[in-house]
Design a protein around this ligand. Structure first.
Ligand SMILES: Cc1ncc(COP(=O)(O)O)c(C=O)c1O
Length: 452
């Protein structure tokens, strides 16, 4: 009988992170300083990030050592299981072999811990006292709150207002680990006050919350800023996911045909896929499916151009797929996917057609999540359910083509704090948001003025 769980030992936790910047098909466009319109000087980042993370952000080294102290903490939940979804396969009557990499087992419940621990470690090493951040669904905020608790750092979280209201228990978790949490936009920052004045009833967005956290860090000497996705060093830390999957597929005697992950800022997707990109560039036939909501269709509808990472234009300009920094997506339940931009590294691979973007509706993903919960037992986060839905689409395609494909889904987080969203779905109250053309055009018009 075949094993259901492909297990690794603690000694198999990767000792190095994989940096895709060494293997890109073309160089990454540099971040631009909006004031000079010239490539950013790394020194410009010193007020908000510790030196070692800035070095990682710009590094072209293929492998970067993971400090022992971080590997020790990773042992709390790593290595994670690669799980064969036999029961889901049976329900779909598919010849495809479906696996899911279970990143939901970290203390806060998602992949976000892989970078939260690393970022807190480097901040502590450089004697930072407090870390400021944004959070959408609360997954990232709680992962960072946990990491700060471990390293005895203070943690300030600006939580997107709609999620703050939809998910009060994520806030409780952050409080338990000692973080302070504010619904964003707040009146604590200049950026927050400006947004409140213009849009008094705004649901908030990740772009707005990032502005507040960056401003807080930049205006307080003992504080730094931390981002849960998008940036190169964050994607680097997530590479432990794909490195473990490679090892696990080898044990199972499998070769992946399709890798699937959802994309908010792009970090869990990159974590799974990047260690496989070189194989594809060397001729292997692997489909990388990057899944996003139709309500925030960054990769499928946005242009590939320079834009700010935040609403108040405090960040450097990044070349990425974007819906415009002023785009505020509808308040869908996958809060972690409500981001106007997308990691420059993921964007580049989408642009080069190495990664295939795919947009899906909110009600479809909840249907897939319920099928998953009924077959496999585990209840996914709404963000993760995007990947599950796309994995199911691929498994049904394999069935129609009578092909026995190997599909790997990144199970980025559990949905135990998302029960109100599930109740809404089961009660028939969720609606699909169609592409708000007008609003996106308005936001994109502002982009034209950036002139880079
Ligand atoms: C469970 C889960 N999956 C995925 C995401 C999307 O983020 P990223 O694209 O950085 O992986 C989030 C973001 O909050 C999340 O909480």
């Amino acid at each position: 009988m075949m094993d259901e769980k492909i297990l690794l030992k603690e000694k198999d936790i990767p000792t190095q992170w994989y940096n895709i910047q060494a293997d890109l098909p073309s160089p990454l466009a540099p971040p631009i300083n909006p004031a000079t319109k010239k490539p950013l000087n790394p020194k410009d980042l010193l007020p908000i990030f510790p030196k070692e993370l800035i070095q990682q952000e710009l590094s072209l080294k293929r492998w970067i050592d993971i400090p022992d102290e971080i590997r020790q903490i990773y042992k709390i939940w790593r290595p994670t299981v690669l799980h064969r979804a036999f029961r889901l396969e049976k329900a779909l009557k598919t010849p495809a072999r479906i696996y899911y990499k279970d990143e939901s087992v970290s203390p806060a419940g998602s992949h976000k811990a892989n970078t939260a621990i690393a970022q807190a470690y480097y901040n502590k090493k450089e004697e930072v006292k407090r870390i400021c951040t944004e959070t959408g669904a609360g997954q990232w905020g709680s992962a960072l709150a946990h990491a700060c608790n471990i390293f005895n750092l203070k943690c300030t979280v600006y939580m997107v207002r709609v999620s703050y209201e939809q998910k009060p228990f994520r806030k409780s978790l952050m409080h338990i680990w000692g973080a302070e949490v504010f619904p964003s936009p707040t009146n604590k920052t200049h950026a927050g006050r400006q947004i409140q004045k213009r849009f008094p009833h705004t649901a908030g967005s990740l772009g707005i919350a990032i502005s507040e956290a960056v401003e807080d860090a930049a205006t307080h000497k003992d504080a730094k800023y931390s981002l849960g996705s998008v940036l190169n060093h964050v994607l680097l830390h997530q590479s432990v996911i794909g490195l473990e999957v490679k090892h696990q597929l080898k044990i199972a005697g499998e070769k992946a045909d399709v890798l699937v992950g959802c994309v908010g800022g792009g970090s869990n997707f990159a974590g799974l896929v990047f260690p496989f990109v070189k194989d594809k560039l060397n001729g292997k036939d692997i489909d990388f499916v990057a899944v996003e909501p139709t309500a925030c269709p960054t990769m499928t509808k946005g242009p590939f151009c320079y834009d700010f990472g935040d609403t108040a234009k405090l960040t450097p300009l990044l070349k990425m797929y974007t819906l415009g920094h002023s785009f505020v997506p509808p308040g869908i339940h996958a809060g972690g996917l409500r981001y106007h931009g997308c990691a420059p590294l993921v964007s580049l691979l989408v642009n080069k057609k190495i990664v295939r973007p795919f947009a899906v509706h909110q009600t479809e993903i909840f249907k897939a999540a319920i099928l998953f919960a009924k077959t496999e037992g585990h209840l996914p986060a709404p963000e993760t359910a995007h990947a599950i839905h796309a994995g199911i689409v691929e498994a049904l395609k394999a069935k129609a083509q009578k092909k026995s494909k190997c599909i790997v889904i990144n199970y980025s987080g559990h949905g135990h704090f998302d029960l109100a969203a599930y109740d809404n779905y089961l009660g028939g109250h969720l609606k699909d948001y169609h592409y708000p053309e007008e609003l996106i055009h308005k936001a994109l018009n502002e982009l034209k003025c950036l002139g880079v």
